[in-house]
Write a protein that binds this ligand. Structure first.
Ligand code: B12
Length: 214
């Protein structure tokens, strides 16, 4: 079987999609496949950094990734009754990266959570308003740019200013997010991939069974 990571890193659209289909048919776990694709995207980022790739390659890699995820989504376990309180998720102000957020959002929905995805480049007030409107128990902030860290911090501050910080758990994620970022922005926790996101959501507002059902 062809290496999905190398194929997407090489911007090989048709070959990547064929390899993803083949992997799904041979029973490869959907989440493992998403992780292989993500590793390829990290490589695209590295090539972009050293000016081996430019913006068109970034755009193309994103398109291939989205097409691959469209193939993978039907293979994710789905349904069940709604679990726990609603979840609000979005990409913070100044950042338009949404591939990872969309995956997390899709997987939470597939597991039965009531997810309200507010999109990209969203100001703090939009997160607060949606959380208030839906009675959310958890808010997920996504961001891949370094400048997104300050937006995350401001968003969490906005929940404090609105007197809502103790009503919602706030988790953060996106390529460069780590423990240090999590502490800097004053989030409750951070997650590196959809499985971790799911565990956090289950821990904070859901049930542990959902972690097993993906
Ligand atoms: C594809 C891509 C783009 C696409 C995005 C398309 C889209 N619709 O998202 C396009 C071409 C639009 C783009 C634009 C830009 N990009 Co860009 N991009 C990338 C690239 C190659 C891949 C990102 C990606 O989709 N990865 C795959 C997904 C699946 O991984 P992920 O996002 O990390 O998500 C996973 C986890 O992090 C986690 N997760 C994600 N969100 C959340 C949320 C929660 C709550 C939790 C728990 C978990 C979680 O689960 C996800 C699934 O596994 C990265 C390289 C990289 N290393 O990430 C650069 C990268 C992020 N981009 C970069 C840059 C510089 C830009 C531009 C400024 C380029 C430019 N000159 O215009 C613009 C920024 C525009 C803006 N204002 O946002 C830099 C950022 C550098 C920095 N330190 O700030 C990077 C790192 C490339 C690089 N090495 O230089 N980009």
């Amino acid at each position: 079987m062809e290496d999905v990571t190398a194929l997407i890193a090489g911007i090989e659209e048709k070959k990547t999609l064929a390899a993803v289909s083949a992997a799904l048919n041979s029973g490869v776990e959907p989440l493992a496949l998403i992780d292989q694709l993500r590793a390829g995207m990290a490589e695209v980022g590295e090539r972009f950094e050293v000016k081996d790739y430019f913006l068109p390659e970034l755009v193309m890699s994103a398109e291939i990734f989205n097409e691959a995820v469209n193939l993978i989504t039907p293979h994710l376990a789905s349904g069940g009754q709604a679990r726990g309180k609603p979840v609000v998720i979005g990409t913070v102000a100044g950042d338009i990266h949404d591939i990872g957020k969309n995956i997390v959002s899709t997987i939470l929905k597939c597991t039965g959570y009531d997810v309200h995805d507010i999109g990209v480049d969203q100001p703090p007030a939009a997160f607060v308003a949606k959380a208030r409107e839906t009675g959310a128990g958890l808010v997920g902030l996504s961001g891949l740019l370094t400048v997104a860290f300050d937006s995350m911090k401001e968003t969490i501050q906005a929940f404090k200013d609105a007197g809502m910080r103790d009503q919602v758990k706030i988790i953060v994620g996106g390529g460069p997010v780590n423990d240090t970022v999590c502490q800097y922005v004053c989030a409750d926790a951070w997650g590196a991939d959809p499985t971790q996101a799911l565990r956090l959501v289950a821990r904070y507002i859901g049930d542990t069974a959902s972690v097993e059902s993906v």
